[in-house]
Design a protein around this ligand. Sequence first.
Ligand code: PLP
Length: 356
Amino acid sequence: MTILDVFTDNVRAMQPYHVQSSAGMIKLDAMEMPHKLPEEMSQALGKFLSMSNLHRYPNPTSSSLVSKIKSVFHLPEDLSIIMGNGSDELIQIILMAVAKTGAKVMSPVPSFVMYQQTAKLLDMEFVGIDLEKDLSLDEDKFLSAIEKYQPAVIFLAYPNNPTGLLLDKLFIEKVLQKASGLVVLDEAYAAYASQNTVSLLEKFENAVLIRTFSKIGLAGIRLGYLVSNPLICEQLEKVRMPYNVNRLTKAAARFMLDQMRYIEDSVKRVLAEKEVMFNWFSEQDGMTVRPSEANFLLVKVADADQVFQRLRDEHKILVKNLHKTHPVLDNTLRITIGTEVENHKLRQALSQIISA
Ligand SMILES: *Cc1c(COP(=O)(O)O)cnc(C)c1O
């Protein structure tokens, strides 16, 4: 007997979520927006935050923020919204609410790791359906697996992290039809994608949308939101901790939702830079890049471990090395689009590494 016996087998077997140390580095590893808020906006935000009643608990219903989110992101009025401390927490809320003995969670793999991690923590069985070599999903295989496993929750990242690809919307409709449980459409990269799945929310009772402020310049405030019909949200609300999102976060979100022109401009700058980077990668010998509907690119190189390490150690540039995380990601790096200057430095560093 040791004190460690008190912990569940799953917790003991788990690896902690590893965040690479990034002090002094160019950070192209976590899909953050590379631009800092302009000084003037930052000052105004500070003033706005200073008016928060920090001696009071946050308002649990967040109704003014909810209305603002609905109007800014053109979400149907009759749907309900739940706020989370990042969409990570929303994933946890969804899974806690359905974690019956034997309940299964399904998603394509590779996809966002928190689906699997959180399912396992809750002693749920995770069924991962492997993507094909070309990173596409075998739709028939996925639909048969739904029939076979009857998952309580299916996660579909739209677009997917780490592939950057969108599933076919007709396929998503088939999934929604076939599934007897919830189908969570994770649109963390909605701002960068050419399409979204909002229209499916009113059409299918089991559709749940989750989004985040993290990829549009506000990763530091930790705010996500979930959209679904009132029937489903009423159940999920019971699982949410009453004060899960703090006053400063909600105030910052309210402030920034009045600055959508700025956010949209930042997104456009990132998209323009993505095109520059995509074209550059396409022209390089020894590197293959894939089209992406998000703010990152997947790049295959000859030796990902070596390129990753040299970028980090010699050039102080941090990217995500996906080598050995899944067979379809062999020698693949996931590179978040940075500022013009950062991307230029990355190109120079890569030219040097590849030519040597
Ligand atoms: C980044 C990301 C999230 C995480 O969102 P937070 O709101 O920062 O917790 C969720 N889903 C996908 C697919 C992501 O890539």
